[in-house]
Design a protein around this ligand. Structure first.
Ligand code: A2H
Length: 256
């Protein structure tokens, strides 16, 4: 935990169908997932890019909790994140962060999901090994047009589906432009990955640089090319998309 608080938008990604492995895990706990609304909560700094979501990443190395937030509604996040939420008036009871079930990221892979604002439908949960347990909710929504990490992880998954034990069809390889920038075009992430010769999700030094460049160019010089605020500057659209997502009940502000 640093000195400067970071404000994230928590995006509520609905789980429509759990894979067999997750269903078995829940059967062994007291959690009866049927007829419940269960959301993976992804922490993002770029709510205006949510139109371009192609999947939701969890880490096969992270254990998540399933937490009750209201009658019949549950969030999946790290326990650390839900604990923070419980002190931010985002949960039923301050300081209460006991999960109804625990589940490893691996068991969630392949889950069918619906992500708010996403233009692509029939999305899946996929693995990302570089997700940190110590940041955000441990859940990352994938926007390959604007996030170099998401772009390179998507490419890695598409090249080695057997290795990652996923169906190739779960990987959305077509990238929809969401933001246009003067310097890097309308697929910022792809452009920077090429320019910095990034080969794999493990190229962390170059990825950190690409991330910084993409973020700055997108924020200060980007223009929306889709959605309600198409044609507006990212700087102006960002707080509006965020407010809309919150108003519709699809997101909330989460600090850490
Ligand atoms: B961002 P910061 Cl389009 N581990 O959301 C690794 N990365 C994580 C994470 C975790 N536990 N939790 C969140 N993140 C990602 C969208 C996006 C993001 C775009 C472009 C850039 C970008 C879609 N993924 O981030 O360390 C999330 O990805 C680059 C700034 O707190 C979150 O926002 O600065 C961002 O990293 C938070 O990173």
């Amino acid at each position: 935990e640093g000195v400067n608080p970071q404000e994230y938008t928590g995006i509520k990604i609905k789980v429509d169908e759990f894979p067999e492995e997750a269903q078995q895990v829940f059967a062994q706990s007291d959690f009866d997932f049927k007829n419940k609304n269960v959301f993976l909560v992804a922490a993002t700094l770029r709510p205006e890019t949510m139109y371009g979501q192609t999947c939701c990443f969890v880490s096969p190395k992270i254990d998540y909790g399933v937490f009750e937030v209201s009658k019949d509604t549950y969030y999946i996040t790290t326990e650390r994140a839900f604990k923070n939420m419980s002190y931010q008036k985002l949960t039923p009871k301050r300081g209460d962060y006991k999960p109804v079930a625990r589940i490893n990221g691996k068991a969630l892979i392949g889950a069918k999901i619906t992500a708010p604002l996403a233009i692509n439908k029939n999305l899946r949960v996929l693995p990302m090994e570089t997700v940190l347990a110590s940041k955000g909710t441990g859940v990352v929504t994938c926007v390959p047009s604007d996030s170099p990490d998401d772009y390179i992880t998507t490419r890695e998954l598409a090249h080695k589906p057997e290795y990652y034990k996923i169906d190739k069809e779960w990987v959305v390889e077509d990238i929809l432009p969401i933001v246009s920038t003067p310097k890097y075009g309308d697929k910022c992430a792809e452009y920077l990955v090429k320019q910095l010769k990034i080969q794999s999700p493990k190229d962390s030094v170059q990825l950190a640089e690409a991330k910084e460049l993409a973020y700055k160019e997108g924020y200060y010089n980007g223009t929306m090319v889709v959605g309600k605020y198409s044609g507006d500057k990212v700087e102006d659209a960002k707080p509006k998309v965020k407010a809309d997502l919150i108003a519709s009940g699809d997101a909330f502000v989460y600090n850490e």
